[in-house]
Write a protein that binds this ligand. Sequence first.
Ligand code: AHG
Ligand code: MN
Ligand code: MN
Length: 348
Amino acid sequence: MMYQHSWGPPPTMSSQGMTLDRHILERQRAIPGATGDFTGLFQQIALAAKIINSRVRQAGLAGILGLTGEKNVQGEEVQKLDAFAQNVIERSVEAGGHLCVMASEEADDVIPIPEKYPTGKYVLLFDPLDGSSNIDVDISIGTIFSIHRRVTVGRNGALADCLQRGSSQVAAGYVIYGSSTVLVYSTGDGVHGFTLDPSVGEFFLSHENIKIPARGKTFSVNEGNSQLWTPGLRRWAEAMKTPKPNADGSMSVNSARYVGSLVADFHRTLLKGGVFAYPADAKSPSGKLRLLYEAAPMAFICEAAGGSASDGTRRILDIQPAKLHERTPLYVGSRDDVAVVERYLREG
Ligand code: AHG
Ligand code: MN
Ligand code: MN
């Protein structure tokens, strides 16, 4: 009798064989007057994700661990993989004629489209590699992107095209380079996840119409900063750690989970429920996370999945950006769990 391994049949294409390309194309056909521009841009982003994924999976061998020795506009040390991912994304999307301007965490100013290429109606904002501090210790990292329609006219886009509210995003998404590589995106009508099958180099639909539970049992925050928090926030964290009685007399407790990569902490929160928090504190009065290419895309996705996202008092998607790299506190996840932390914050 042939030994039957216990982990089931080898992975095969999902029954529908629904690839990311086909999923986007079918959505585009449903949009009257859609020109294929969006589909083309998305295909280029997916290609960049595959290239970055391939390099992430061999970073230790490809001599691209560690630092470049430079600092970015954030004052953060640039990892070699940050710079690699930045370059891959720019090269993948600049020639397609779908964009009029880009902006990235790793670039001080807006990134114009080279003169030799045509320009288009979309704007791409991105964090090429999120969770950089985790690269050298082989913990999940990611890429985050946000797509807007341009608001200016003329060949080249401008800063004004980038400084749009999160509510005007056409689409937002992220790629998590974790135990598998998953691309999650939303155009506002549902949230869908695609897992990369490395044997064929395609993203296949694996998480259709993700909905975040109204409440979860996990809270995610860097408690190393808790001495810098407001008393209300410290009371919230204590409440999260206080066992609660169930109807049957048993007690239930929350789990604390913190990876230190927004993409990883958000992806777990989206799938399992709960709340992720990066508060403002005495060290970072506006919080650490950037509004345009971290908080706003995650807020767009979370709301499309039935959750919520605020800066503690305002809806993230309503915030009018004033600067490219402005930071914001972020509380994102299950609707009821975000409401609880907002209540503690109001207490001051
Ligand atoms: P990036 O690597 O793009 O700079 O982002 C890092 C961010 C985010 O991914 C994560 O949630 C947060 O930094 C973690 O910050 P702390 O290490 O201060 O907790
Ligand atoms: Mn980041
Ligand atoms: Mn980054």
